[in-house]
Structure formats: C-alpha cells, structure tokens
Write a protein that binds this ligand. Structure first.
Ligand code: GTR
Length: 327
C-alpha cells in the first residue's frame, strides 16, 4: 500500500471509529399508547410529536405507537404510565379524574356551554392550572398538552328524546363514578366499562347503548350493533390529555423536556385541526350508514344533571364560576 493510500485508509478507519459510538449510540424507544386506531386525530398528532423529537435529538429518541387499545383500556394504560411501562399516553380526562379528583371539574356534565367555550378554557390559564394539577399531583404523570374530544352524545337501540325515555336503559359510561352518576341523573342506568368491552356488550345486550362523539362512534363500530339512534345531548364535552410518565420525564435533560413540551403544545393544535375535519367526515359516514342524528331539548338533560354538578362541583365553586365567566 502506498503511503498516500495508507493515509486515506487510516483516515477512513479513524472516521469509522469516530462514527461508531455515534451510530451505536443507544436509542431510547418511547412507547406511546392510545385506545384509538391508526389514523385517528389523536394518534396522528402524537406520532408527529414523536417524529419531531426524533429529528430534533438526531435519533436519540424514537417513538413507537401502540394504538387501538393494544396495551389495554385507559385505566390500565394510566397505571402503566404511572410506573413508566408506557412513556407517552393520550387519554380522555374522564378516567384521569378517577385518579386526580381535582380534574373532575372538566368532567362534569354541561360544565362547558359548547366546544368553543371548552377550547377557550383549556387554552387559557384555567387549562394550564388543570395540567399543573396532574403534573404536580401524586399521579406520576406530566401533563404535556390538551387534545379535543368534541361533544359526547347518546346512542341507543331505541329512540331517546327525553330523560323519561332513558328509564331502564343500560348505558355504558367511562370508568369514573362521576359518569355513572351523570347517566343515572339523566334517567338511564349508568354502567362503567372499558372502551374495548363496549362492542361485545352492545352485541350481547349487556348494555343498550353508550355515549360518545361521532369519530369514536364510527371507528369503534358500535353503530353496527343496532345503536342507530344518536340523540344530540352534548352532555359531556371532555377534553383529552397528552401525558408523559414522570419516570420517563425525570430521565430527560432540561433541553429535552423543553422539546417535549414544545412539540406537545404543537400536537395540541395539529390534533384540533384534524379533529374538526374528522367530526365532519364521520358525521357524513354515520348518516350514510343509517345512524339517525336526533336533536333533543338539551335543557331537560341539563336540569336533570344539576345534582351531579352540585355534588361534584361543591369543592370547586370558585373554579366553576371562573369557567362560566370565560367568554
Ligand atoms: C373517546 C375518547 C377515548 C376514550 C373513549 C371512551 O371519545 O377519545 O379516550 O375515553 O371515548 O369512551 O372510553
């Protein structure tokens, strides 16, 4: 080998040796989970966060998404997040309220006038306070951002227009006593159950209905089980949360934490745009599949649920007033 060639060879070797530790740099896989299927707005926005984080950290972090409840229902996934087995979780605030009662203010029936009101609240100081309650509480989760869950309406096998029509009707609610109380106050029989169990419970007649937003009603296929009456009750407008396990968070550098927060906040607004489109699209699909959207007198359900707001809202009277005051 000539001297020149030798030089080139050793330079190449040096470069390769130098490159080795970089290439072999341990990559941290972040497990992210969601009950919704691939392509759902929350899943897409969470994946975006992962891609941005991977690019910004030159591949140090890589997100692996586990959609479609493959890691369990939301209650189980919250527990897995608390111990660090799941690193990033997108969950409804509903089951979080069972762990952090303070967030139940947002889980109360008719606490928001409409979705625009809900967005104004979560985007402002009250929204930040509730995120902080989760991060600073004993939950072992760091709340990164909000996502949209639209308005929840009732779907049943027989038409429902008034609370009286719900007599004897078994309706699945999310796992949080507040929701069972809500359905009972609305006139039905609230039954708490994980999202993944609802389809077969509807099929076998264990329950007669459930309640959710149009994208969930469609993608869960619940509408195929005979629940074709969709009463537009708007009884719950529950924001959703993107959280990181504190176990994971504590292992990040300050800079990495700032990146996760920044991309989380961006995911909030990306999801919102996708959400609006998805509600419109799935409404069309549900109607085409024969689901009957029925307008109801919401005041009847609002009045019926007053005891629930009184019971769960009592410790948060000031906060409820502040929420009502947000324009
Ligand atoms: C959906 C929500 C999920 C889950 C589900 C349910 O609207 O996005 O996080 O809470 O409802 O009813 O369990």
């Amino acid at each position: 080998m000539t001297f020149r060639r030798q030089l080139i060879a050793s330079a190449a070797l040096a470069a390769a040796t130098f490159a080795l530790p970089l290439a072999a740099q341990a990559q941290t896989i972040l497990k992210a989970a969601d009950v919704h299927p691939p392509g759902y707005p929350t899943v897409v926005a969470t994946e975006s966060l992962g891609k941005k984080l991977e690019a910004a950290t030159k591949g140090k972090f890589k997100m692996q998404m586990y959609p479609g409840s493959v890691l369990g229902d939301e209650k189980t996934m919250i527990e897995q997040t608390q111990i660090g087995a799941i690193n990033i979780l997108r969950t409804s605030l509903g089951p979080v309220g069972a762990v952090v009662p303070d967030v139940n203010v947002f889980n109360m029936p008719f606490v928001f006038r409409n979705e625009a009101h809900m967005r104004a609240v979560i985007d402002g100081p009250i929204g930040q306070e509730i995120l902080d309650k989760v991060s600073n509480g004993p939950t072992r989760m760091v709340a990164l951002a909000w996502m949209d869950g639209g308005s929840r309406h009732l779907y049943t096998k027989k038409p429902v227009k008034t609370p009286a029509d719900l007599k004897g009707v078994k309706v699945r609610m999310m796992g949080n006593p507040l929701f069972v109380d809500t359905m009972n106050a609305m006139g039905g029989n609230g039954i708490s159950m994980g999202y993944g169990e609802v389809f077969s419970a509807l099929q076998t007649g264990v329950i007669d209905g459930a309640e959710n937003n149009p994208p969930s009603l469609f993608t869960s296929n619940h509408y195929t089980t005979g629940t074709k009456y969709y009463a537009q009750t708007n009884h719950l407008i529950i924001p959703e949360m993107l959280v990181m396990s504190r176990v994971t968070w504590d292992k990040l550098s300050k800079e990495e934490q700032a990146l996760v927060k920044k991309f989380g906040r961006e995911a909030q607004f990306e999801q919102r745009a996708l959400w609006d489109k998805s509600v419109a699209d799935y409404t069309v699909k549900l109607k085409a599949a024969g689901v009957q959207f029925t307008e109801v007198d919401q005041k009847l359900f609002f009045d019926a649920t007053a005891p629930v707001r009184a019971k769960y809202g009592a410790p948060y009277a000031d906060l409820m007033k502040r929420i009502a005051d947000v324009k």
